[in-house]
Design a binder for this molecule. Structure first.
Ligand code: HEC
Ligand code: HEC
Length: 329
């Protein structure tokens, strides 16, 4: 017993640090067990006819060519309506303890039903979404293959989309290679940045394989965050005054790609986001060099982006509900 503990200690020391003991873990590639379901989910993810306008798909706001975001402060929804909050990335979203900034959906499947029927997003109804998909024989055949019956319903639509989203993992970032023992994978500045990220306490909230998504925390722990955005965070879910401005800690994976930052999308520069965090969450002012080193570290969290072959969607026919891109209501 004693010897094995000793041997473990020695082997941990010999590699400099033990990856398992770090607050950030290597992100593992997705294991695809149901390829046909994933393929169907991909079609639905890119399907603009799940929206009233026939123009907005999940990919409109979670663009997989751009880190799974729309890269604007708040999204543009049905009839060019302004969305209430910044769109978080769908990349690695399955690693989050719950979905949405306030965690109001328990998982990806529950989440996926939301935007379709949200009047400010895709502006459709679940009934019409089902009718649209079911109107196309090529879809019905795919549902039959995956679910054993041609019948389309909203639970199957969201289940397939969730299965696709679970594959949107970004492994093999320079930082993962570093955790895996490749000392050359990141620069000296990035290594110092990581040490600062730990010693300044950022890891208290940004930890785990997604470097976030493991807890709800207050935005503005030490100093208040000033914003015009009316979002109240977890308070909207729990009703508790103490949950005001408490948000799900966002993932910092691919953070270089997912600007603008914070739930109100108010900050465009990563350096400014790091400084804001340091001042508001821990009351510390970083030197210019420390900020630059933390940014260098954060950039090493950009992983291999999902390689997507664009799905070819079946054509509409006489039974497919018509798009209403310019309807008044
Ligand atoms: C009009 C833009 C828009 C469209 C279209 C849209 N989303 Fe979103 N999505 C958002 C916004 C904004 C949020 C954050 C809302 C909130 O937290 O209250 C979000 C949140 C999410 C999240 C939660 C991520 C996290 O970390 O909490 C997931 C997952 C997601 N969307 C997937 C989808 C899927 C799947 C579709 C298609 C069915 C879709 N979205 C369509 C804008 C959009
Ligand atoms: C007490 C918990 C906590 C600590 C400590 C903390 N953060 Fe955060 N971080 C959050 C929360 C919560 C948000 C989301 C806030 C919002 O959008 O209103 C966030 C957001 C961010 C963002 C923007 C992410 C995005 O996608 O918009 C960055 C970058 C960031 N933090 C980096 C850091 C750094 C660097 C440190 C250390 C200096 C740090 N954080 C310390 C909780 C924390």
């Amino acid at each position: 017993m004693k010897t094995s503990i000793l041997m473990l200690t020695i082997s941990a020391l010999s590699v400099g640090f033990s990856a398992a003991a770090e607050p950030i873990q290597i992100i593992q590639p997705a294991k695809i067990t149901e390829p046909e379901k994933v393929e169907l989910g991909k079609m639905l993810y890119f399907e603009p006819r799940l929206s009233k306008s026939g123009f907005i798909s999940c990919n409109s706001c979670h663009n997989l060519s751009m880190g799974g975001v729309d890269a604007i402060p708040t999204s543009i929804g049905d009839r060019w309506q302004q969305g209430p909050i910044n769109a978080p990335t769908v990349l690695n979203a399955d690693f989050m303890l719950a979905q949405f900034w306030d965690g109001r959906a328990k998982d990806l499947q529950e989440q996926a039903g939301g935007p379709i029927a949200n009047p400010k997003e895709m502006g459709f109804t679940h009934e019409l979404a089902v009718k649209t998909v079911a109107s196309m024989p090529a879809y019905r055949q795919k549902f039959a293959k995956v679910y054993g019956s041609e019948a389309v319903d909203i639970d199957k639509i969201t289940d397939a989309i969730a299965a696709f989203e679970k594959t949107l993992v970004t492994p093999n970032s320079p930082f993962d290679k570093y955790l895996n023992g490749d000392e050359q994978a990141i620069s000296a500045d990035a290594k110092t940045g990581y040490e600062l990220f730990k010693s300044h306490g950022c890891v208290a909230c940004h930890n785990g394989p997604a470097v976030g998504g493991t807890s709800y925390m207050k935005m503005g722990l030490v100093k208040p965050f000033h914003t015009d955005n009316p979002a109240e965070g977890r308070k909207a879910v729990t009703g508790k005054e103490s949950d005001k401005m408490v948000f799900k800690v966002p993932t910092l994976r691919n953070i270089e790609l997912t600007y603008p930052y914070f739930h109100d999308g108010s900050v465009w520069s990563l350096a400014e986001a790091v400084n804001t965090m340091s001042e508001l969450q821990m009351g510390q002012k970083l030197t210019e060099q420390e900020t630059a080193q933390m940014v260098e570290f954060l950039k090493t969290l950009t992983g291999e982006q999902p390689q997507i072959v664009l799905p070819i969607l079946p054509p509409s026919n006489e039974t497919t509900p018509l798009p209403q891109p310019f309807s008044k209501g």
